[in-house]
Design a protein around this ligand. Structure first.
Ligand code: 4AZ
Length: 696
């Protein structure tokens, strides 16, 4: 009844209806005339609009309206765009009426309206209401979580809105919500492979278009084998409307495939295929995985050659398969006249092999290298040089010995290389045997001042001969070098300028070196006349004092070593005074006569101080590079023409004759309290070894 009445009264009493637009982020709303009692017949509407991403939150500080059943008379109505959120009246809540109390009302969207209405009469005075509103942020990340709008990976709320972001490796789709992957460029060029959806077996990304290309050489046929279970979003009625796989192979197309039924095995008959995988913006599905293989046409089976094998050994061979032919140990592959360790053939597109299978031939070490001053013998019959044949090197004994001291046995190895257990591929060398004459001294040969040397007793002695006359001696080192006195190899010097110039040297063509010599002026059947090739004077040689009176003569060819021609050994240490030494030469005898044949003397080494003092009286200096020998009473001595010749001693240690010195100078010959002075070879030995290359 009352309701109708209100309306009828409203019709007569024009109610003043105000509308107030509020757009601030917060504000206060009060009933008309607040805090005085509100007028009757009044209607005011406040439209509160806040920006998108916010809600309106309203709460009442004070509320005092006429109370009526279902708030028929006076009320405050709170609405959103579509629904009434609350209707309030009265002072405190009853069964039929509601007051806001402490509760806040929040709009579902960014708009809220509040209407205050009073009817024509108030039985009492009511003070109305005082309300505040604020814009409150919507946490879309919390509220959207189940909805279509939810972020795919990460959600970030900010005041007034939100945004989505993606995990590493993903990119945000233009829908600003789903995370897709860049997977449009996958190229496979191997003959076998595995392809799967991104992130497999985790769910694949949304909104993505993946392209996988397999491109192989022509002649291959690609077969795809999907795993038994796949999981691609599908639809019960429509074929793959959301996510799907499509396969293009030349002109053929396979698919679309989706759902949980595996496409199984697909023989594409093509060498180049494309797999397209599309996903839409929703769904969580596990994806798919496949393996692919490619085979080509079959080639005929190949037989391994005799003494050889083929790898890998397979039941069938198809296009691009390669086999390597290799031979058993000691055999080599022979193809078109070329030997090698292996040979590879390949199955071609047309089902034929690229080459015939080569044959295996036994490894051949070929003719063994020659050994200078040595020879070899074959230990295996028929002079075989093939795998496992054995040879033996020898040196021309007794004049040459093997260095290092090895057996000289070489075997042809599986690679066709002569190899020894001791030196591997290296060959030994045959080096001249030094200091071991073939003849031993007979005591009978002794004579008072000197004695005739037995022929061949000093096979290292060299005669230096110029214009048919002997002028100096020397000693053979190795088979190409003669050591002599430096002063033998230059003309007499102007003592004012005692520096040796090259013009002072005698020319190599002006003298000869004769080995195997015994008689002084008459020819010996054992002699070898050799030409000097180059002269080396010891760098510190001083012509004025005869310091370092030593020189080397390189021969233009090797000496032929025999019982009468053989080198002397180097000294292996210094020697004590009184050591007996032998000095030989064709030099003058005391009556200024040349002897008929080689002479030798046996004398002791002299104490250096004794010698020095003996010569000090004559103002002659005996330096550290000189050694003296002779007896105090004189008699046995070297003399003019003996210079450069050998002073040797028999080493207790090695049993070989060693060269201690070369005849250099002295005061007269054989005088009492004078000694023969010799250049000390030990001091110049490093230089001798370096220049000659002779080691032993
Ligand atoms: C010389 O004139 C010479 N008594 C060599 C040695 C000696 C003297 C002279 C030692 O070749």
């Amino acid at each position: 009844m009352r309701y109708l009445l209100v309306w009828s009264l409203c019709a007569f009493h024009l109610i003043k209806a105000d509308t107030i637009e509020l757009t601030d982020m917060f504000g206060e709303i009060q009933s008309p005339k607040y805090p005085d009692s509100y007028p009757s017949d009044s209607e005011v509407t406040w439209n509160i609009s806040v920006p998108d991403g916010f809600r309106v939150k309203l709460y009442f500080m004070h509320f005092d309206l006429e109370s009526s059943y279902l708030c028929e008379y006076d009320y405050v109505k709170v609405e959103s765009e579509e629904q009434v959120l609350a209707t309030f009246c009265g002072r405190e809540a009853t069964d039929t009426e509601q007051t806001p109390g402490q509760e806040a009302i929040v709009s579902p969207g960014s708009y809220m309206s509040l209407t205050f209405r009073s009817d024509f009469s108030n039985e009492e005075r009511f003070t109305g209401f005082d309300a505040h509103y604020t814009a409150v942020d919507i946490d879309e990340c919390l509220e959207n979580s189940d909805e279509e709008l939810a972020c795919d990976h990460h959600c970030h709320n900010y005041i007034g809105g939100y945004y989505c972001s993606c995990r590493f490796g993903y990119i945000l789709h233009s829908d600003n919500r789903t995370c897709k992957v860049e997977c449009s460029d996958n190229l496979f060029t191997q003959r076998n492979g595995v392809i799967n959806s991104p992130d497999f077996p985790n769910s694949y990304p949304k909104s993505s278009d993946c392209l996988y290309r397999i491109e192989l050489e022509e002649g291959f046929f690609i077969t795809l084998q999907f795993e038994d279970s796949i999981d691609i979003e599908d639809h019960p009625e429509v074929t793959c409307p959301y996510d799907y796989i499509k396969i293009k192979a030349g002109l053929q197309e396979f698919g679309p495939f989706c759902g949980e039924r595996s496409p199984g095995c697909i023989e594409t008959q093509s060498n180049s295929i494309q797999i397209l995988f599309h996903s839409d913006n929703s769904g969580e599905n596990g994806g798919w995985k496949l393996t692919y293989t490619a085979i080509g046409d079959l080639c005929p089976l190949v037989e391994p050659p005799l003494n050889g094998k083929i790898e890998p050994s397979q039941a069938t061979y198809t296009f691009k398969d390669q086999v390597v032919v290799s031979c058993s140990t000691g055999y080599k592959v022979l193809k078109d006249g070329v030997e090698s360790e292996t040979f590879q053939i390949e199955c071609m597109k047309d089902g034929t092999w690229s080459n015939k299978v080569p044959i295996c031939i036994i490894a051949d070490c070929k003719t063994p290298p020659k050994l200078d001053h040595g020879f070899l013998s074959f230990s295996t019959p028929r002079n075989l040089t093939t795998y496992q044949s054995e040879i033996q090197y020898f040196c021309q004994q007794p004049y040459y010995q093997m260095v290092p001291n090895v057996t000289g046995t070489y075997t042809c190895d599986a690679k066709g290389i002569w190899r020894s257990a001791e030196l591997g591929m290296r060959l030994p060398s045959c080096q001249p045997v030094c200091g071991k004459p073939m003849f031993s001294r007979s005591l009978l040969a002794r004579i008072a001042n000197g004695r005739y040397a037995q022929k061949g007793i000093s096979p290292w002695i060299a005669m230096l001969k110029r214009n048919g006359r002997p002028f100096c001696g020397g000693s053979l080192l190795g088979n190409r070098w003669v050591v002599t006195a430096a002063h033998c190899l230059h003309h007499e010097l102007d003592l004012e300028s005692p520096v040796l110039r090259s013009s002072d040297m005698i020319s190599t063509s002006s003298f000869k070196i004769i080995l195997g010599k015994h008689r002084t002026l008459r020819e010996d059947d054992t002699e070898q006349q050799l030409s000097p090739q180059k002269i080396f004077i010891y760098p510190s040689y001083k012509p004025s004092t005869f310091q370092y009176d030593i020189a080397l003569v390189e021969l233009s060819e090797e000496a032929r070593l025999n019982d009468y021609v053989m080198p002397v050994c180097f000294p292996d240490g210094s020697y004590q005074k009184d050591t007996m030494v032998i000095v030989s030469g064709w030099g003058k005898q005391f009556l200024q006569r040349l002897p008929d044949a080689l002479m030798e003397i046996e004398i002791p080494l002299t104490d250096h101080t004794v010698c020095k003092e003996a010569y000090a009286k004559l103002q002659k200096v005996v330096t550290a590079d000189m050694i003296c020998a002779g007896e105090k009473q004189g008699g046995k001595d070297a003399c003019s023409g003996d210079s450069g010749g050998p002073m040797v001693t028999l080493s207790n240690r090695t049993g070989r004759w060693e060269l201690l010195g070369t005849v250099s100078w002295g005061d007269g010959c054989g005088l009492n309290d004078r000694y023969g002075v010799y250049s000390n070879v030990l001091l110049t030995l490093p230089w001798i070894k370096q220049v000659t290359g002779v080691e032993y």
